[in-house]
Design a protein around this ligand. Structure first.
Ligand code: AOF
Ligand code: ZN
Length: 377
């Protein structure tokens, strides 16, 4: 199953909105064929493994697959049919497919056909691999995730705004891996104007990759007559989508479109982009996950609106010990621990001197907004 997971990861960032899946066939203790799902709409991992075998598997052969085989026709034909037809008598599965059309059905189907089915092998890892797909297939919308890099005392910048660098190089490289996974990245207008980021995924040893780059800019403040941010002018500018409201001015919209940048004008009663509308539009465009990289205003608004589904926090062994330093998130009045926002399915990893804590965001029943921070919204 470890090897099957490795195979699945060859589809890292390439299978959306479909999951990453790896499969292999073992005969007499040896791996004799392998397969991985490579792209949405393409053949499934188990089918590819069976195909790679090139002949009927020997009696006693076992198929390992990281995700429950599909049992509905879909676009590619049910894998359960292919498995039954192959004559394989033992199937070992990692995660149950959360797709409501599947959700454990394959186990019944295969057992009915007399196949021995072992489930739940490295299930946690197999499930975690598809954190974007799992959300997409159960909610029909994108997984909105945020990433922050903080000091040990939870700060994202000095009182002056200086923040280069909080985490070390290995952690910053790790961010590139997640940028490569998510189909889209998002930042606020403030970040685009202050940092002028590239927002590409630069993974060592791989081709540079440009995800869809969302810039949240309700009033099109980032469109200027002076030097434009590079995401509006570089060779990937057609992958940039400015997300705005009808209150930003058609002149700026025209200017962006002339540059070849996409603009989404989403209905909103205020000058802020409506996140509900944003989710709807992403669902319509089949964008299954968005990785928000700040700034603090955008991310705090997301949290206040209960719109962060998943959170990544890198923490460096650095202290600012300054009450005027900038905190990762603000805007709530949390008076009791019972009202705290918590993470579930938490994972910690050590990356160089830093740690990454990530997990699903679980909102408390009661959340009070601090109007002194969000009074204008
Ligand atoms: C598998 N193996 O490699 C994948 C699976 O439209 P289709 O035919 O590609 O089916 C997509 C659904 O099949 C997807 O929502 C998920 O439930 C499952 N993906 N299943 O057995 C695979 N990629
Ligand atoms: Zn399948």
């Amino acid at each position: 199953m470890r090897r099957a997971l490795e195979l699945a990861r060859t589809g890292w960032g390439r299978t959306h909105p479909n999951p990453m899946v790896g499969a292999l066939i073992v005969e007499e203790g040896r791996i004799v064929a392998e397969g991985a799902h490579a792209e949405d709409g393409g053949p499934h991992a188990e089918r590819l493994a069976l195909l790679a075998r090139g002949k009927p598997p020997r009696p006693g052969a076992t198929l390992y697959v990281t995700l429950e085989p599909c049992s509905t026709a879909g676009r590619t034909g049910a894998c359960t049919d292919a498995i039954i037809a192959s004559g394989i008598r033992h199937v070992v599965v990692g995660a149950t497919d959360p797709n409501p059309a599947h959700a454990g059905r394959a186990f019944e189907v295969l057992r009915q056909a007399g196949i021995e089915v072992t489930t739940g092998v490295l299930a946690d890892e197999c499930r975690d691999l598809n954190l974007i797909f799992n959300h997409w297939i159960t909610t029909g919308g994108p997984l909105l995730a945020t990433k922050s890099a903080v000091t040990l005392d939870g700060m994202i910048a000095c009182r002056t705004g200086d923040s280069k660098w909080i985490t070390g190089e290995p952690a910053r490289e790790d961010v590139m891996r997640w940028r490569r996974l998510f189909p889209a990245i998002a930042v606020g207008a403030g970040t685009v104007m202050k940092d002028n980021p590239k927002l590409t995924a630069r993974v060592p040893g791989a081709e540079p990759w440009c995800p869809i780059r969302f810039v949240f800019d309700g009033l099109l403040r980032s469109v200027t007559d002076r030097t434009m941010p590079q995401v509006y002018t570089d060779e990937h500018r057609a992958r940039t989508v400015v997300v705005t409201t009808p209150h930003g001015g058609m002149g700026y919209v025209r200017k962006l479109r002339e540059l070849g940048v996409q603009v989404w004008i989403l209905p909103s009663p205020t000058q802020r982009v409506s996140l509900g509308e944003f989710r709807r539009k992403c669902a319509e465009e089949r964008i299954s996950g968005v990785y928000f990289e700040g700034g603090p205003t955008l991310v705090s608004q997301l949290l206040r609106d209960r719109q962060i589904d998943y959170l990544f926090a890198y923490r460096a062994p650095v202290l600012l010990a300054d009450a005027r330093a900038k905190t990762m998130l603000t805007g709530l009045r949390t008076e009791r621990m019972a009202d705290a926002v918590r993470l579930a399915d938490v994972r910690h990893s050590v990356i160089g001197d830093d740690t990454l804590t990530r997990g699903r965001v679980v909102y408390p029943e009661r959340m009070f907004v601090d109007e002194t921070v969000f009074g204008l919204g």
